[in-house]
Design a protein around this ligand. Structure first.
Ligand SMILES: NC(=O)c1ccc[n+]([C@@H]2O[C@H](COP(=O)([O-])OP(=O)(O)OC[C@H]3O[C@@H](n4cnc5c(N)ncnc54)[C@H](OP(=O)(O)O)[C@@H]3O)[C@@H](O)[C@H]2O)c1
Length: 262
């Protein structure tokens, strides 16, 4: 049994599963959250065998506005303390705003932006009372720029980055750190779920989830405010600081538009 417990949303596959592996490797007990119970259980038994840690699975739909409270209550009912909170679950939606589905956008905003806010709000008081806690919010390099072809997704990630940096500052005297992980394109189920297989974004410089997760874990443990894994990805916040915003939108459009190869 580990000395710390970490709750990871979207911990069954992709970046979340890779994060679960790194936390477990460092002796953390885990609470893994996602909708699909079988995938959670499969991941959990792998982690228990490999790292000898306790893993609790909670199946919850965080696009449901009532989901975060149900999750918080389920954790409390099990009597589990959460020392580290990782808000990782998220989806994208590819397409021009005129054509994309409003309901899908509502669900994406709930999952990517509202749910991390509510989970942070609910788990934070106990962390502050213990004067010990770490929060890792998974945003994206999309957080730094406007994103034609994925406008709402990029906006949710800008929200996560802004919110996280602000509360990291507020909480600095309470013994709590808030780290924002901003990956670029990463191998996972994301691009298919987002319908962005056609996008040029995934044609080159795609990182693997374990490398991204390790950078996130290391940054979190060092109490860094923002972690951008990979040299090419690190250029994005730098460019966003120096290039005028309309030009950034144009470059971002060129990077994300449908590929002619497909
Ligand atoms: N992959 C990339 O290129 C990339 C780049 C930058 C940032 N990110 C961010 O990284 C995070 C993880 O993405 P990923 O690439 O690992 O995606 P992924 O492979 O699609 O995994 C998403 C995870 O979230 C869970 N999830 C999805 N919808 C959910 C819901 N409604 N309620 C609860 N859990 C839900 C999924 O499980 P279930 O479907 O079973 O619920 C799964 O465990 C996201 O926030 C994403 O925006 C990804």
């Amino acid at each position: 049994m580990g000395t710390e417990r970490t709750l990871i949303t979207g911990g069954s596959v992709g970046i979340g599963a890779a994060l679960a592996d790194v936390f477990a490797e460092h002796g953390h007990d885990l609470i893994l959250v996602a909708r699909t119970r079988e995938k959670l259980e499969a991941r959990a038994s792998e982690l228990r065998q490999k790292h000898n840690v306790q893993v609790t699975c909670i199946s919850e739909d965080l696009t449901d506005p009532a989901g975060p409270l149900r999750l918080f209550e389920a954790v409390n009912a099990l009597g589990l303390e959460v020392h580290n909170l990782v808000n990782n679950a998220g989806v994208g939606l590819y397409g021009k705003f005129m054509k994309t589905d409003l309901e899908a956008e509502r669900r994406m905003i709930q999952l990517n932006a509202t749910s991390p806010v509510e989970l942070t709000k609910r788990f934070l008081p106990a962390m502050v009372a213990r004067r010990r806690g770490r929060i890792l919010n998974v945003a994206s390099t999309a957080a730094f720029v406007p994103g034609p072809w994925m406008s709402i997704y990029y906006a949710t990630k800008a929200f996560v980055l802004s919110f996280s940096q602000a509360i990291d500052y507020e909480l600095s005297s309470d013994g709590i750190t808030v780290t924002t992980l901003c990956p670029g394109p990463t191998e996972s189920e994301f691009k298919v779920r987002a319908g962005s297989q056609r996008s040029r974004l995934f044609e080159a410089f795609v990182m693997d989830a374990p490398t991204v997760a390790r950078a996130g874990y290391d940054g979190l443990m060092k109490g860094k405010a923002v972690v951008v894994p990979g040299f090419r990805n690190k250029l994005i916040p730098v460019a966003a600081r120096f290039i005028p915003r309309p030009m950034i939108a144009m470059l971002s459009h060129r990077a994300a538009r449908p590929s002619e190869k497909r």
